[in-house]
Design a protein around this ligand. Structure first.
Ligand code: FMN
Ligand code: SF4
Length: 518
């Protein structure tokens, strides 16, 4: 009988040598005339253990990691002989980091073969679509409303409300657009799903199409994600071949097809109206709202725009799980949130959990503190436009409203950890510099304000009239917040002001913390 072994093809695993480990394994197996069935799934999201190799056993999969090509001969010896090995992590499902999670969206990621639609179906895939095909548009949307699902791309807008607006926008061509630009620093959940469970995204988009009466979908993927592009294209082809995309899907009266479009790598193209411009082949600049994309979106037609994680939550909800989804979470934040732990952290990776977990639990308990071993000083949550929180705010629960009440945001769920060597004045400058670099240039507060902001922080860092320049910086932040056309200019003040509020000593208002640490 052949040995069934899993080595991820996820970009994060490839970056640390998963392909080399796979090649070494095949070479060793060949030399020993050992039959091996090698499967290349996505990642389980325990990135500090990548490349993580799993072996199928009668008790379940057993994990080994992090594995290097040089480890492979001795590892194979141990596996074949059933003996212990220092890299053995035990049954994968029993690893505490994985066991503590509530994986609804990532239930299959790292388990199924992302190239196999049969494997997807064998693990419960397409049950949501099959049910949706028997339901009315209203009933599908009611399920999404009942689940409490809110957009996972950042703003947290209720998904059911958005779908209903498009459904009620009359007849004629409508579109479904999946936002896979994933530009936020420290985020990788969209990429992991595209690489590890692409059929789920296709299924979610297809259900959305049936619900609102759209026959065409686009998935907009950043060019820095070549493996995700390849995985999505392969899955779309397979879905077409098997009747899950195209005319009369699953022999029904509904038709739906999807096309992948690759962006050119601008942060602003993740903003939904810029994305529409880019999808139409134009330069990615922001459109003024109204009209909302739900009324006048792609090519002027009613359009649903949702994030990868939002569409990916839909198959579970439609497979009879609306109430179960709504039962998870806290307040108005229902369901689970795939949180991405990164930066200077010991156990970085993908942690899906019900809303309500505190920032402190995530960073200290689950993340294990910093990789450097130094004290955690600041955590940025929600991407480059998110707030920097000090340890004093670690009791904040993961909940849209709780973060907003503390002038922060949950965003796409990126958590980036910094130790006590971080200079928060430099981080504030970086926020302004990032905005200046990524600004689409359409409105003055963002286009000019961000450059003036970076210059003003430079003056503060240089000790040039710090009190007066801090007042200028605060004034400028107010202008950007209230005068910008979109959230890039409008939210850049969040990281700047949070750094200033929580770490004033780094702005010369008190002895610089960095110098003290050094
Ligand atoms: C500057 C900027 C960048 C954004 N980048 C992304 C992105 O990469 N992915 C994403 O899904 N949403 C992004 N958004 C949010 C989108 O505009 C939009 O709210 C989202 O795609 C809607 O989907 P959702 O309701 O499922 O969250 C960005 C917004 C702004 C202002
Ligand atoms: S805030 Fe910045 S990115 Fe947004 S429209 Fe204005 S210039 Fe463009």
């Amino acid at each position: 009988m052949s040995l069934r072994i899993f080595i991820p093809r996820d970009s994060g695993a490839l970056a640390v040598g998963a392909d080399e480990v796979a090649a070494a394994l095949l070479a060793q197996a060949h030399a020993r005339e050992l039959p091996v069935d090698l499967v290349r799934p996505g990642s389980r999201g325990l990135y500090w253990l990548e490349p993580m190799l799993e072996v199928d056993t009668p008790d379940g999969r057993v994990a080994y990691g992090p594995v290097s090509p040089a480890d492979v001969p001795a590892l194979l010896d141990a596996i074949v002989a059933g003996e212990p090995h220092p890299l053995r992590q035990g049954l994968t499902e029993q690893i505490p980091w994985l066991k503590r999670q509530t994986r609804l969206t990532f239930a299959r990621c790292g388990i199924v073969d992302p190239r196999s639609i049969d494997d997807y179906r064998a693990h419960g895939g397409y049950r949501g679509l099959e049910r949706a095909l028997k339901m009315s548009s209203d009933a599908i949307i009611d399920d999404v409303v009942k689940s409490g699902l809110r957009g996972r791309g950042g703003a947290g807008f209720p998904t059911g409300t958005k779908w209903r607006t498009v459904a009620q926008a009359g007849r004629g061509q409508k579109y479904i657009c999946c936002n896979a630009d994933e530009g936020d620093s420290g985020t990788f959940a969209d990429r992991m799903l595209m690489e590890g469970d692409p059929f789920m995204i296709i299924e979610g988009m297809t259900i959305a199409g049936i619900a609102v009466g759209a026959t065409k979908g686009y998935i907009y993927i950043r060019s820095e994600y070549p493996h995700a592009v390849e995985a999505m294209n392969a899955a779309i082809e397979a879905a077409r071949r098997t009747g899950y995309l195209g005319e009369h899907i699953c022999h029904s009266t509904d038709s739906f097809d999807i096309e992948v479009r690759v962006g050119a790598g601008a942060y602003i193209c993740g903003e939904e109206t810029s994305m529409l411009e880019s999808l139409e082949g134009k330069r990615g600049t922001v459109r003024a709202k109204p009209p909302l994309p739900a009324h006048k979106g792609l090519f002027g037609r009613p359009t649903v725009i949702n994030n990868v994680l939002t569409f990916s939550a839909v198959p579970y909800i439609l497979d009879g799980g609306a109430q179960a989804y709504a039962d998870c979470g806290m307040g108005r934040s229902r369901g689970t949130k795939p949180i991405q732990l990164g930066g200077n952290i010991k156990h970085g990776g993908l942690f899906e959990v019900a809303f309500g977990i505190t920032l402190g639990e995530l960073v200290d308990d689950i993340g294990g503190g910093t990789l450097s071993g130094r004290p955690v000083r600041a955590v940025q949550v929600g991407g480059p436009l998110g707030a920097y929180f000090p340890r004093a705010l670690f009791d904040t629960p993961f909940d849209y409203e709780a973060f907003a009440a503390r002038s922060g945001m949950v965003g796409h769920g990126g958590v980036v950890v910094f130790d006590d060597t971080v200079d928060m004045a430099k981080q504030a400058r970086f926020a302004m510099e990032f905005c200046a670099h990524e600004s689409c240039g359409k409105c003055t507060p963002c286009r000019i304000g961000s450059t003036r902001g970076a210059e003003t922080v430079d003056k503060i860092i240089a000790g040039d009239k710090p009190a007066a320049n801090i007042a200028v910086l605060e004034d400028l932040c107010n202008t950007m917040k209230f005068g910008s056309l979109c959230a890039l200019g409008g939210l850049t003040p969040i990281p700047v002001l949070s750094a200033l509020t929580h770490f004033p000593e780094d702005f010369g208002l008190a002895p610089r913390r960095l110098q003290a640490a050094e």
